[in-house]
Design a protein around this ligand. Structure first.
Ligand code: ARG
Length: 603
């Protein structure tokens, strides 16, 4: 796995990176080509950064890397800006250059960060061109009507929301789209089946519950697989619906409403907001997709079905794989809808979304589907020059046994039940802890804390994993107060809020901060990494990077707080340390907010 370590504030890193080719070219004529390869130091005793670039110059310059490093350092000693940032550089090993930032520099940086409500993270709004800020569509969550949301949708919902939050915070215009599965063959089956078993569901609201619908859906599917006549009726129902038959549309709408209510409840509990724009939205655009593909000479009729043969994507037999866009019976499918959606999303407003970037958050199992659809969209020239399409895949949620997550009776776990259980367990843990600590709290407090911790734990457990890998769902692990968990982060925040309750004014501002303990400097160094971390999450769309950072920050804070007196310290140390506590709390709160994780003052 590639691990990109964090580094200190972006602009310091940039300034240092610039100083090297300059110094190298003064030392050696061809040195201006030097790529400093500045990386964070591997151990604190090596300082803040290590520069590896001198090694590369050894061959072309035919001298030892050590003497090259020495000559570069000599030049750096004459660079005023460099000297204002770094202590005297040191050579290590065959010719690495170790850099340690000056305390004055760290102090100046942390003072700036203390005053910046964005905590050092630049906003694109003020700086960049229109193009860089064009709309980003994030297609996430996207459950299917008449089926219950399952854990896969939970992952998509949580990961998609956190990516959206990070991009929004950076100043991008984000369109959060819920590409709900609300169209297609399943409705034909369902309507045909309901006609015989529960006709009232097709004409009256609330006649059946989602649970029943799910059951009916399963029955319908079984009938469809076994009964040729039922298959025919189902197909006829789809055609009726797709042709806009008013009775069919009404039935369809009732079924959708019922599912939607259930989805809404989940979204509310998770505090997630997104715009529903289901597959049905693209129905009017499907025919145009086929026409466009035909005009671009991409369409081939194969065995009665219209398809596009993919380039460089082959099946087991080594032959080019076709992607069907219109079935023999004239019906369209999942892929056609996705093609119409891409075309719409990249089209200029008002005939489309005017997007510059479209991101899909789904399970890794759909990677081939998206590779195919993206390729066709490119070949059909629906993507503007700078336009970018990305599939953000994630792995499976497994049970603690490493197998697919199932209930005891072997069914897929309902999301609602999963969240309920997390909250229930959080409540049990809390009541036990209160008892042990001899604390008495109101029922309202207990319910609120249990709910917050339960939801936070589920979200964090998901986000803190590298999304690409499968992960094992464990209530015990995610609710533990120790380890890389939501309760551990929440607890760090609660400790800081406790300092304020004990009389420490976290909002004090002092003219000159004063730091002298190593624990203070490590906390400062960690706090200064925040902007870089957000940058990386934006770049790689990996929220787990932010989780790791927040976890490390909490650990470093806890060490600082356990080892260095804050409230009992004398001035100016007391106020300086309180300032670090406040910045830690602000960073944790903002970071958790960008992950969509709720926070607490007491727990
Ligand atoms: N409804 C699909 C599913 O449950 C996910 C849709 C993802 N988005 C898309 N544009 N295909 O698997």
């Amino acid at each position: 796995m590639l691990i990109i370590a964090n580094s200190l504030s972006i602009h310091i890193k940039n300034a240092l990176e610039q100083a090297f080719p300059e110094a190298a070219s003064k030392a050696h004529e061809s040195g201006s080509t030097l790529d400093p390869q500045l990386v964070p130091a591997s151990k604190p005793e090596f300082g803040d950064f290590q520069v590896n670039g001198a090694l590369q110059l050894a061959k072309p310059l035919k001298t030892s890397p050590r003497s090259i490093a020495l000559a570069i350092i000599e030049q750096l000693q004459k660079n005023k800006e460099f000297l204002s940032l770094c202590k005297s550089p040191e050579i290590a090993g065959p010719g690495f250059i170790n850099l340690t930032l000056k305390e004055e520099c760290l102090q100046a940086e942390i003072s700036k960060q203390l005053e910046d409500e964005r905590l050092g993270v630049q906003s694109l709004k003020s700086s960049s061109t229109h193009k860089e800020r064009s709309t980003v569509v994030i297609d996430f969550s996207s459950p299917n009507i008449a089926k219950e949301m399952h854990v896969g949708h939970l992952r998509s919902t949580i990961i998609g929301d956190s990516i959206a939050r990070v991009l929004e915070f950076r100043g991008h215009k984000v369109l959060r789209l819920n590409h709900v599965g609300d169209w297609g063959t399943q409705f034909g089956m369902l309507i045909a089946h309901l006609k015989t078993v529960a006709p009232e569901a097709l004409i009256t609201a609330d006649a059946v519950e989602l649970g029943d619908l799910v059951k009916f859906y399963r029955q319908a599917k079984q009938r469809f697989d076994e009964d040729i006549i039922f298959q025919q009726t189902s197909r006829e129902e789809v055609i009726k619906l797709q042709n806009g038959n008013s009775k069919s549309l009404k039935a369809w709408k009732l079924i959708c409403d019922q599912s939607r209510k259930e989805f809404e409840q989940i979204y509310n509990r998770l505090d997630i907001h997104l715009e529903e724009r289901g597959e049905s939205f693209y129905n009017p655009y499907l025919k145009k997709v086929i026409d466009d593909l035909k005009d671009s000479n991409l369409l081939i009729v194969d065995d009665g079905a219209k398809c596009v043969f993919l380039e460089d994507i082959t099946g087991k037999d080594g032959e080019a794989l076709p992607m069907i866009v219109q079935k023999q019976d004239g019906g369209f499918n999942y892929a056609t809808t996705d093609l119409a959606a891409i075309r719409y999303r990249f089209s200029a407003i008002p005939n489309g979304d005017g997007a510059g970037r479209v991101i899909y958050v789904t399970d890794a199992g759909q990677a081939n589907h998206f590779a195919g659809v993206f390729q066709i969209a490119k070949r059909a020239k629906w993507i503007p020059n700078e336009g970018c399409l990305e599939h953000v895949p994630f792995g499976l949620v497994q049970g603690e046994n490493g197998k697919k997550l199932k209930t005891r009776s072997g069914e897929t776990v309902r999301l609602r039940d999963l969240l309920d259980e997390a909250v229930d367990r959080a409540e049990t843990d809390l009541r036990l802890r209160l008892k042990q600590e001899g604390r008495i709290e109101s029922e309202a407090f207990i319910k609120h804390v249990a709910n917050t911790v339960g939801i936070a734990a589920v979200k964090y457990a998901d986000l803190s994993q590298n999304r690409i890998t499968n992960y094992q769902f464990s209530f015990n692990k995610m609710l533990a107060l120790q380890g890389n968990t939501a309760p551990y982060l929440l607890y760090a925040l609660v400790r800081i809020a406790g300092i304020a309750r004990k009389g420490g004014n976290l909002q004090t501002t002092i003219a000159s901060l004063k730091f002298n303990e190593p624990q203070e400097w490590s906390l400062i160094r960690e706090l200064l990494k925040f902007d870089k971390v957000i940058d990386e999450v934006e770049e790689e769309l990996l929220p787990n990077r932010l989780c790791t950072y927040l976890f490390e920050l909490s650990q470093i804070f806890n060490r600082f707080y356990d080892q260095v007196p804050v409230l009992k310290a004398v001035e100016p140390s007391r106020s300086s340390r309180l300032a670090l506590c406040r910045l830690t709390a602000d960073t944790l709160k903002l970071g958790m907010n960008l992950l969509g994780i709720p926070t607490l003052e007491r727990m």
